[in-house]
Write a protein that binds this ligand. Structure first.
Ligand code: F6R
Length: 251
């Protein structure tokens, strides 16, 4: 695992965008699993601008959804589906046939999970999984305590996740369950980027990177991945004990 610290959110976002672009230039048919949420929003904005300016071809890439709120339709502006559509797929003009997102309205969610596991296997696994970190250290919707050997699954959301999640919605919304890739997918991805910014993430980042690796801190599992890159801005890294954690300060 490598930890890079950038001076601010904008620099962090720029370098994150560059990581994705560099990968796609090297492997035009890359399989990408990119989180929704506030953390990567600016990176996606920079990515799409740069990709358009440089004519980087994303047309052969496959996009795999990380997670979705169960029961929330794709046209709801708070859904992960809507976020990815607006911030990535539309600007990059990605063909529908290259996008695999969870259908969170389907009756048979268990089958939906199996289908997603099979899709990932059939495309040869995930090349890059880019994840954010929840305030409770969740990754995707892998809430604290979830076994690390699970693939896609449906999960009851923590009360914290239910209330923090309201920030994505225009009106108060019932968010009881999530459908998500599992930590096993994260461990099997060829590369993982975990991103965090802001003072509000500093405490959970400290826990994830300094406390013993364990399932009640799902983000700590990232440390078991040989090709993990943790990308932080200075604020999110501010509580790290730099005497015990090796960080690259990127200026
Ligand atoms: C979103 C996702 C979540 C978020 C996390 C952080 O697809 O998987 O785990 O990455 O909740 O959210 P933000 O970035 O909004 O702070």
């Amino acid at each position: 695992m490598q930890i890079n610290i950038y001076k601010d959110y904008s620099t962090l976002s720029f370098y994150t965008a560059m990581e994705i672009i560099t990968l796609v230039k090297m492997k035009p048919d890359a399989v990408l699993c990119l989180a929704a949420g506030n953390t990567p929003a600016l990176a996606y904005n920079m990515l799409t601008q740069q990709a358009i300016a440089e004519k980087v071809d994303f047309s052969q890439c496959t996009f795999i959804g990380l997670d979705e709120w169960v029961g929330i339709p794709p046209e709801n502006e708070g859904s992960c589906h809507y976020f990815l559509q607006q911030n990535l797929f539309k600007p990059l003009n990605i063909s529908r046939s290259n996008i695999y997102l969870f259908d969170a309205l389907i009756n048979d969610l268990k089958q939906e999970c199996e289908d997603m596991d099979n899709i990932i296997a059939s495309v040869g696994g995930i090349d890059l999984m880019l994840v954010g970190v929840g305030m409770n250290a969740h990754i995707g919707f892998n809430e604290p305590g979830i076994p690390a050997d699970l693939y896609a699954h449906v999960i009851a959301l923590d009360t914290g996740t239910q209330s923090v999640g309201q920030k994505y919605f225009k009106q108060n919304t019932r968010l009881e369950k999530g459908i998500t890739l599992g930590l096993k997918h994260l461990q099997e991805a060829k590369k993982v980027i975990m991103m965090a910014n802001g003072k509000h993430k500093a405490e959970i980042i400290k826990k994830a990177l300094e406390e013993p690796i364990r399932t009640d801190i799902p983000a700590s599992i990232v440390r078991t991945h040989k090709q993990a890159l943790v990308m932080l801005d200075r604020e999110a890294s501010s509580l790290l004990n730099k005497d015990i954690i090796v960080c690259n300060e990127i200026r």
